[in-house]
Design a protein around this ligand. Structure first.
Ligand SMILES: [Zn+2]
Ligand SMILES: [Zn+2]
Length: 393
C-alpha cells in the first residue's frame, strides 16, 4: 500500500499518542488534557499554535516551502462520549463514565502524525491549518469555532475532515459529493390532559393515549408527507408519563430527533410535526406545547474538493479501494458548519469490516479505533496537502 514511508516510520508513536488519548477521554469543551497534548506537540515541531477558540480548540499553522498565498484547513475532533467503556485492554478509559467510542482519539492522533511529517518535510507551497476542535458529539464545537472567527483568523480556501468508519474494510476510503450526512434536530412535546382515576377515564383527558397516537402519526411524515426519494427520519426516543398503576396522569412528555437533508424538507418536517401534534391533541380535547431545536445542518461536500479527496485517497490506498459515491448517512456531524462556511470534503476511512478488528460500530461500549488505519489516515492528510498546495516544478 503506497502509504508515506516516513509516516509509517512513526506508526508506533501515533499508536502511543492514540492509546494515551483513549485512556484519558474528555467530553465537550473539557478537552483540557487532550488540547494541552496537541498544542505541546505542534509547538515542539515548530508549528505556530493558537489556543482558546471554542475554549479547548487548538489551531496549528504551518507554512510550506515556497511563497504561495494559498491555504487549506484539516480538521480533527478531540471529544469523547458519556459511555461506560466495556473493553478491558490496557488503554481502556481511566475516566469512569467517559469513553472514546467514536474514534476521535484516532482522528486527533492521525492529524498529529500528518502535522509532524509536514513540519519535517514542508513539501508544499502555502499554508496548512490543523484544526483540532472540541465538542463534536452534541454541543457543536465546530459551530462555536466558526462563530468565534475561525475562518477570519485563519482564512483557508477549503477545509477537509475525515471520520473512521467501522464496517468499511481497513484500507478502504469512501466519500460522496453533495449532501453526505443529514441535518439533526431535536424536539420535545408536552401533552397536557386532565388527570383522573384510571378506573374512571371519562372524568379526565388521558395524555398517554394522545401521546401514543402522536408517536404513530409522526411516522406518516416520512411515509406519506415527504417524497420517498428524499430521506427523512423522525424518531421518538423518550416517553415519560405517570407514576403508578391507577392514576391517569396530567401530562406526557415525548422527546425525539428528526433527520433530513434539504433545507425545504427540514422546514417541512418541523411544520408537519407541529401540525400533527396540534391536530391530535385538539381532536382529544388536550393541549400540547412543543419545542423544536435545530442542531447540526446537513453536511454537504463540494464537487471539486470531493474529486480532489478521491484522487488523493486513490494515491494512498489505490483506486479500487476508493468508493467515490458512498450512499449518504442519516447520522450528523458538526463539521457541516465548517462546510457551510467553506468548500471542502469529509471522507470516511475504513476502520475494519464487520466481524474483524475495528468492525465494532461507533458509540458501542466495545468500540476501539483501529490503529492500523492511522497510517492510512495520516498519509491521506499529508498527500492531500502536497496535492492541494503543490510546489511549482
Ligand atoms: Zn460520535
Ligand atoms: Zn465521531
Amino acid at each position: 500500500m503506497p502509504i508515506i514511508n516516513r509516516i509509517a516510520d512513526f506508526h508506533e508513536e501515533i499508536r502511543t499518542w492514540r492509546r494515551d488519548i483513549h485512556a484519558h477521554p474528555e467530553t465537550a469543551f473539557e478537552e483540557d488534557r487532550t488540547s494541552e497534548i496537541v498544542a505541546a506537540k505542534l509547538g515542539e515541531w515548530g508549528i505556530e499554535v493558537h489556543r482558546g477558540l471554542a475554549k479547548t480548540g487548538v489551531v496549528g499553522v504551518l507554512r510550506g516551502n515556497g511563497d504561495g498565498g494559498r491555504a487549506i484547513g484539516l480538521r480533527a475532533d478531540m471529544d469523547a462520549l458519556d459511555i461506560h467503556e466495556l473493553n478491558d485492554f490496557s488503554h481502556r478509559s481511566r475516566n469512569e463514565g467517559k469513553m472514546h467510542a467514536c474514534g476521535h482519539d484516532g482522528h486527533t492522533a492521525m492529524l498529529l502524525g500528518a502535522a509532524k511529517y509536514l513540519a519535517e518535510t514542508r513539501n508544499f507551497d502555502g499554508t496548512v491549518c490543523f484544526i483540532f476542535q472540541p465538542a463534536e458529539e452534541n454541543e457543536g464545537g465546530g459551530r462555536v469555532m466558526v462563530e468565534e472567527g475561525l475562518f477570519q483568523r485563519f482564512p483557508v480556501e477549503a477545509v477537509f475532515g475525515l471520520h473512521n468508519m467501522p464496517g468499511l474494510p481497513l484500507g478502504e476510503i469512501a466519500m460522496r459529493s453533495g449532501p453526505a450526512m443529514a441535518a439533526f434536530d431535536i424536539f420535545e412535546i408536552t401533552v397536557t390532559g386532565k388527570g383522573t382515576h384510571a378506573a374512571m377515564p371519562h372524568h379526565g383527558t388521558d395524555p398517554v393515549a394522545v401521546a401514543a397516537e402522536i408517536v404513530g402519526a409522526l411516522q406518516t411524515i416520512s411515509s406519506r408527507r415527504v417524497d420517498p426519494l428524499d430521506p427523512v427520519v423522525v424518531s421518538v426516543t423518550q416517553i415519560h408519563a405517570g407514576d403508578t398503576w391507577n392514576v391517569i396522569p396530567q401530562e406526557a412528555v415525548l422527546r425525539g430527533t428528526a433527520r433530513s437533508f434539504s433545507k425545504e424538507t427540514r422546514d417541512q418536517v418541523e411544520s408537519d410535526i407541529e401540525r400533527i401534534v396540534d391536530g391530535i391533541t385538539a381532536a382529544h380535547g388536550a393541549s400540547a406545547k412543543m419545542t423544536y431545536e435545530r442542531r447540526y445542518p446537513a453536511l454537504v461536500n463540494t464537487g471539486e474538493e470531493t474529486e480532489l479527496a478521491a484522487r488523493v485517497a486513490a494515491q494512498v490506498v489505490s483506486e479500487d479501494k476508493v468508493t467515490p459515491e458512498w450512499p449518504p448517512l442519516m447520522g450528523s456531524e458538526d463539521f457541516a458548519y465548517m462546510l457551510e462556511a467553506k468548500p471542502g470534503c469529509y471522507i470516511w476511512l475504513g476502520n475494519g469490516a464487520e466481524g474483524e478488528a475495528g468492525g465494532c460500530m461507533v458509540h458501542n461500549p466495545h468500540y476501539d479505533f483501529n490503529d492500523e488505519a492511522a497510517v492510512i489516515g495520516a498519509s491521506y492528510w499529508a498527500k492531500l496537502v502536497e496535492t492541494a498546495l503543490p510546489r511549482s516544478a
